[in-house]
Design a protein around this ligand. Structure first.
Ligand code: FMN
Length: 430
């Protein structure tokens, strides 16, 4: 029937730098219905993922006659959803849960039959039921023979959907599989991916990749003992949420803390300063902004022991009721990041107990940072374990105080400030 299958076009780099990761953190439910253009949905998944989206595919029974769920599962990296009345499928991710999961339901290709069912509120398969249950926006990319497209019934259905504000992507006009020429071809995946990205407003940090370190590190003395500090990780986790909400793709490298992983944030758990150093340097290829909130131990125990040290140890560690541990310096994570080439916009934290601003300014110069967030951890109402904070943000030629507020609010203010300076630096570099 419609839509001539075309040879795969050569691999295109569809994401110009300013739309890179335009869909970061966005969850797209891609509905695929039964038409020849279903083969293009494979390419569409890749294009959506290139722009940063997480994609879950829902296929109608007819769609599965044209392309296999296995192909779309492999490309999306998620299980493909095909049935409504199936206890196992419902147990894995129920239709209401799936409807809630998406930030958008995009149906591409959308058959004439599907558009009719959608326009008239049917819920006789998984995809139509999802469309009914969804609170998120819907968009459709019709694909069909030109006569089907032009038919009175189809045009009435399209008018109904448009009256509901459902965006219509295409169709394009051109030669069709049946030999007809006219409107009905599904838009190309590249164009569909960009139209999809265009449905989401650009945010402050859309397309920016941020790596944040958080929490304390633990430096082993032996398998049961360690040296650590009071950092709770709350500030770093709050920053991860605020950066994500501003559209960034966030990697959170966390020492041992008792905090749940924020939704849509990639978390890497580490224990020691050396682990955190390795994870941080390893993340730099995918990092535009690096924020070091972790309270990293400056020193670790030299020759930490493989076996528990006994009170009556005879190796020289314990003598005359005194335990002697030699501490050696850990690598300086934020300094290493700031001296890396290419260098991400690097933000350090300075937790001090006295002369906070002065130490922070010295630190910014010594380590080559772009910005430093200084806080006074000697105050009991702010800092380490508190839910509140008050900070002074310092950069080479200026500073700004952020007054006492919840860590979530401080995080939002910090993200705005960091984003502004990062963008300024980029504009100047161009
Ligand atoms: C070879 C073939 C190609 C088809 N291509 C299309 C198409 O491009 N667009 C369309 O609306 N229907 C097409 N159909 C008809 C649909 O598959 C049919 O209406 C089906 O019920 C759609 O089901 P669904 O909307 O649940 O996926 C085609 C049918 C066949 C046999």
């Amino acid at each position: 029937m419609p839509d001539t299958p075309q040879q795969d076009s050569p691999q295109q780099n569809i994401a110009p730098p300013d739309s890179r990761l335009a869909l970061a953190n966005r969850r797209i439910v891609l509905g695929v219905t039964g038409g020849i253009a279903a083969y293009k949905s494979a390419e569409l998944i890749r294009r959506l993922k290139d722009l940063g989206a997480d994609v879950r595919v829902v296929m109608t029974p007819a769609a599965q006659e044209f392309i296999t769920p296995l192909t779309l599962q492999a490309l999306s990296g998620n299980p493909v959803h095909t049935t409504l009345l199936d206890t196992e499928a419902e147990a894995a991710m129920g239709h209401i849960e799936l409807a809630r999961w998406g930030d958008l339901i995009l149906v591409a290709p959308a058959s004439a039959d599907f558009l009719a069912r959608m326009a008239h509120g049917h819920g006789n398969d998984l995809l139509t039921t999802l469309c009914l249950a969804a609170r998120c926006p819907l968009a459709v990319a019709p694909a069909m023979n030109q006569a089907m497209w032009a038919s009175r019934s189809n045009q009435d259905n399209i008018a109904l959907l448009q009256a509901r504000g459902i965006p219509l992507f295409g169709p394009a006009a051109g030669e069709q599989a049946c030999g007809d020429v006219g409107p009905g071809r599904m838009l190309e995946p590249t164009e569909l991916a960009h139209l999809t990205a265009g449905l989401f407003p650009r945010q402050l940090l859309t397309g920016t990749r941020i790596t944040i370190t958080a929490g304390p590190t633990r430096e082993a003395i032996d398998p049961v003992r360690y040296i650590s500090n009071h950092s709770s990780g709350k500030m770093g986790f709050a920053l991860a949420e605020a950066a994500r909400d501003a559209g960034a793709q966030v990697t959170l490298i966390s020492g041992p803390v008792h905090l749940p992983t924020p939704d849509r944030v990639q978390r890497i758990d580490v224990v020691s300063a050396q682990d955190m150093y390795d994870a941080s340097l390893g993340a730099l290829k995918q990092t535009d902004i690096f924020i070091a909130t972790a309270a990293v131990a400056d020193f670790r125990v030299e020759n930490s022991r493989n076996q528990k040290i006994k009170k009556q140890d005879n190796s020289g560690t314990i003598q005359d009721g005194r335990m002697t541990l030699t501490l050696v310096e850990n690598p300086d994570i934020v300094a290493a990041v700031a001296s890396h080439s290419p260098k991400p916009f690097t933000v350090g934290f300075a937790a001090e107990t006295q002369d906070v601003e002065n130490y922070a300014r010295q630190k910014i110069a010594r380590k080559g940072l772009d910005m430093i967030v200084a806080n006074d951890v000697s105050r009991s109402d702010i800092g380490f374990n508190s839910d509140q904070n008050a900070v002074t943000v310092i950069w080479p030629d200026g500073q700004q105080a952020i007054d006492l507020a919840s860590k979530a609010q401080i995080a939002r203010d910090l993200v705005t400030l960091i984003a502004t300076h990062y963008q300024q630096q980029h504009k100047n570099a161009r």
